[in-house]
Design a protein around this ligand. Structure first.
Ligand code: AMP
Length: 360
């Protein structure tokens, strides 16, 4: 695995006065480039011939430099990595970046400094490890059933490697589950999870290693709540078929995001969960969570928040808040997107001579 020392060695050859912020042209790249520009960084977009003209068409968010690839796995090619290093590039990993290149390839073969802690990839990408992290943090999670025969309530079935809710389905009990699995011909490669009834909230946090702790429970940095969204999934529109239930609507694929605010007294619960997650991350994969992360929650009035997933990087829901959110306004009296916040952190790290502590 690429070590911190390997990345430090590369950083020692970088020109700190000429660092550039780079990412793949997808997911939240426009926000990342836009935010980096606000902090006076030059930006690099890794694009395909098809995506490049579209990314060029946004005057305030287009990258200054393009690196064109035939397909995204070419990012791993020696010459592409060399080009990124020659440009003093710092990669901002987003969901598509991790998906296109693969967590394992990033850990083993991607020798370019990345914002945050690369070890989070090991913990967020593996459902079992992610659960261990949540359980160690004492955060309520949906029950997992190791076999269909154990099922004693409504469940949701998730496939390994399925992205953004595609092909998930629900079953009302173990008999319903058995017949659905049989009909689909599935015998393995899925997780059976308790179906949580409630309202979904996806809060976006930022943990700054460079600032003093501000929230009880986190001992190593400042925790900021930069926004909350709710994902728009096909199933959210199921009522459009009523009084019939149209089968095609029974689809959890994420297609977009909507802004939400939370009933204010519940913010305390969310901050408490985020604080526990962060301090546990420090014990499991030192130095722990750095920069943006999101928890995927369902609030049920009787049970409180249940967390069903963690994303330890920028999430697409932050794209809603290019000029800040109803929460970022309580930390910054200027527009502050998550993209800009990362660029600000890099600027601050340069100023404080602590770049190595936030890159890996
Ligand atoms: P995920 O791929 O884990 O982000 O899940 C995609 C979507 O499936 C979520 O945004 C929720 O709408 C739904 N979902 C996932 N897990 C659960 C659960 N345990 N109970 C109810 N809905 C869930």
């Amino acid at each position: 695995m690429i070590s911190r020392e390997d990345i430090s060695a590369i950083l020692s050859r970088y020109d700190e006065n000429n660092l550039k912020i780079a990412t793949v042209c997808s997911h939240s790249a426009l926000q990342i480039f836009h935010g980096a520009r606000m902090e006076s960084f030059t930006t690099i977009g890794i694009a395909t011939a098809r995506s490049r003209p579209y990314y060029e068409s946004f005057p305030l968010a287009r990258p200054d430099i393009f690196i064109e690839v035939g397909s995204y796995d070419e990012i791993l090619r020696r010459d592409v990595q060399e080009k990124l290093r020659c440009e003093n590039a710092i990669i901002i990993p987003h969901g598509s970046f991790v998906e296109y290149i693969g967590a394992e390839n990033i850990l083993e073969h991607f020798l370019v400094p990345m914002f945050g802690n690369r070890l989070t990839l090991l913990w967020e990408g593996d459902r079992r490890r992610q659960r261990e992290w949540l359980e160690k943090a004492g955060i309520p999670t949906p029950r997992i059933y190791s076999s269909p025969s154990e099922v004693d309530r409504r469940v949701i079935v998730k496939f390994h490697g399925a992205k953004g809710g595609s092909r998930y389905f629900t079953a009302s009990d173990r008999f319903d589950l058995g017949s659905k699995l049989q009909k689909l011909g599935y015998t393995e490669g899925y997780v059976i999870e308790e179906y949580i009834v409630g309202v979904r909230y996806y809060p976006h946090f930022f943990l700054s290693l460079l600032e003093k702790p501000n929230v009880s429970g986190v001992d190593y940095g400042r925790l900021e709540l930069l926004g909350i969204d709710r994902r728009l999934e096909v199933i959210d529109e199921v009522h459009r078929g009523w009084p019939d239930v149209i089968e095609e609507y029974m689809d959890f694929t994420v297609t977009g995001n909507q802004p939400v605010v939370l009933r204010e007294k519940l913010l305390v619960d969310l901050l408490e969960i985020a604080a526990r997650l962060a301090s546990t991350s420090r014990k499991l994969f030192y130095p722990g969570l750095i920069g943006p992360f999101c928890i995927e929650t369902i609030y049920n009035p009787k049970r409180g928040f249940t967390v069903f997933e963690v994303s330890a990087r920028i999430v697409a829901g932050t794209n809603l808040y290019i000029y800040g959110s109803p929460y970022s306004a309580f930390y910054y009296d200027e527009p502050m997107s998550t993209g800009r916040r990362m660029a600000r952190e890099i600027r601050e790290a340069i100023r404080k001579n602590r770049l190595e502590s936030i890159l890996y």
